[in-house]
Design a protein around this ligand. Structure first.
Ligand code: GLC
Length: 435
């Protein structure tokens, strides 16, 4: 007995967004943005100030860059040569979690353990040299409040991180303490920035006409250059990159799977948009849909976005690879027709995700253009979903075309691979040379 056809069609429809609904979503995103520019309390997004603008492209010097925002932490030594040129002199990296061995992102781990682990990695990047002065740019990719380029205070963990003692703290202070404990006080963090801001800096360092930077990976978020930012007292701060934290955008309609997943996530009620689009969650949504089709509601098969991408990439006649993944994770040998349906659902989840991301890009493009013409530009994007997930990129392009119509020719998206590292080095250079 295969899946119930009616039920399958109904689930597929839950994950389908037509052009009209997409237009509504883009418009409501733009409205939320406008509300937030007036008064941040009115927006569902956090809209965080970065205290940095676009680079001139002339930044030079050697810097350390820490990329901390997902399960893999990386540290780079980067030499900026100006004119958009740079060289990575050294690169080290290690996961924050190795199942069965250690886990620095779970509830039981502490800030001290986590930052000691990071300090050890930084020490490796400088080959244990505790004499030379190193300036460090820190890409810290979680929602943080800043009052300057150094002091990002973590508001709330996202992406299912749960380490104790970091929320409410200034990330760079925790890092400085850990570096001191290690005897590496010669490393001085001088700038902190979100990964979206890092991607924007990195892309804009190399290429003109870039004002929007986005991450489409484990998490999802976007920043852009806003020309008029005000402090809470209404004093103008000029142009600045604004980290939207749009993973928290909420003014859209989640389906019943989105709602159910949210309820059992680490942070219910938070990051509703991100839970619909990013790599951390797409596999979970697919698993929930499969469980419903199999009459095992509530079961978690541990499907990941990598499983999804492999299923979608399987275009073979018998869908052997897709069946194997389902067998391994779901524990059932399904017939061809059902495997095909699961593959179709996986595609629908990815396409929905790409369309929603595209709607948010278009909203920002509209906002930047105001009542004027849309400027020729590239949207810089980094992240595994954008880079590797089949159907993602092409559906962003398609959806942007549906929303922008004739203006679509003005805009494209470009991959900025590794921007989190380079962007951190650029921010460090901008901090050190600002006077
Ligand atoms: C989450 C974080 C955000 C980050 C994004 C991508 O949404 O809250 O700060 O930019 O993930 O890593």
């Amino acid at each position: 007995m295969g899946f119930n056809e009616e039920q399958f069609k109904e689930i597929l429809a839950e994950f389908t967004i037509d052009t009209e609904r997409l237009q509504t979503i883009a418009a409501s995103f733009r409205q939320d943005l406008q509300l937030g520019l007036r008064d941040v309390e009115l927006s569902s997004m956090r809209m965080l100030k970065s205290y940095v603008g676009l680079p001139s492209g002339k930044e030079t010097g050697e810097y350390l860059a820490l990329d901390f925002g997902g399960t893999n932490v990386r540290v780079f030594r980067i030499r900026l040569d100006g004119g958009g040129k740079f060289e990575i002199i050294k690169r080290v990296g290690r996961p924050l979690i190795v199942p069965g061995k250690y886990d620095y992102i779970c509830k039981e781990s502490t800030a001290e353990q986590m930052f000691d682990f990071i300090a050890e990695l930084i020490d490796e990047a400088i080959d244990g040299d505790h004499n030379t002065k190193y300036y460090l740019g820190h890409t810290f990719s979680f929602p943080s409040t800043q009052t300057n380029l150094y002091d990002a205070k973590l508001i709330i963990w996202t992406k299912e991180f749960a380490t104790q003692g970091v929320e409410g703290e200034i990330a760079n202070d925790l890092l400085v303490e850990a570096l001191k404990r290690r005897g590496a006080g010669n490393v001085e963090p001088v700038a902190v920035l979100n990964d979206t801001v890092a991607v924007l800096l990195s892309a804009a360092y190399k290429t003109p006409d870039i004002f929007i930077g986005s991450i489409y990976a484990t998490g999802h978020n976007t920043c852009y250059l806003e020309s008029s930012i005000h402090d809470p007292n209404g004093v103008g701060l000029g142009g600045m990159i604004l980290n939207l934290e749009c993973g928290n955008f909420m003014k859209l309609i989640p389906n019943r799977f989105d709602k159910e997943y949210d309820e059992r996530s680490e942070k219910p009620g938070e990051q509703r948009f991100e839970k619909m689009v990013s790599g951390r969650y797409m596999g979970e949504l697919l698993g929930m849909a499969i469980a419903e089709l199999l009459g095992e509601k509530g079961k978690n098969y541990g499907l990941t976005s990598i499983d999804m991408s492999m299923m979608i990439l399987d275009e073979s006649e018998h869908l052997g690879k897709a069946s194997d993944i389902i067998m391994a994770k779901v524990g059932r040998e399904l017939d061809y027709a059902d495997v095909k349906k699961i593959r179709e659902l996986a595609s629908a989840i990815v396409i929905r995700s790409a369309r929603l991301v595209a709607a948010s890009f278009v909203a920002i493009i509209w906002q930047r253009a105001g009542s004027g013409k849309i400027q020729k530009q590239h949207v810089a994007v980094d992240g595994s979903v954008y880079e590797k997930m089949p159907l993602a990129k092409e559906n962003i392009v398609k959806a942007m075309g549906e929303l922008l119509e004739e203006d679509a020719a003005q805009v494209d998206t470009i991959l900025d691979n590794g921007g989190s590292g380079l962007g951190a080095a650029i921010a460090a250079a901008m901090a050190v040379n600002k006077d």
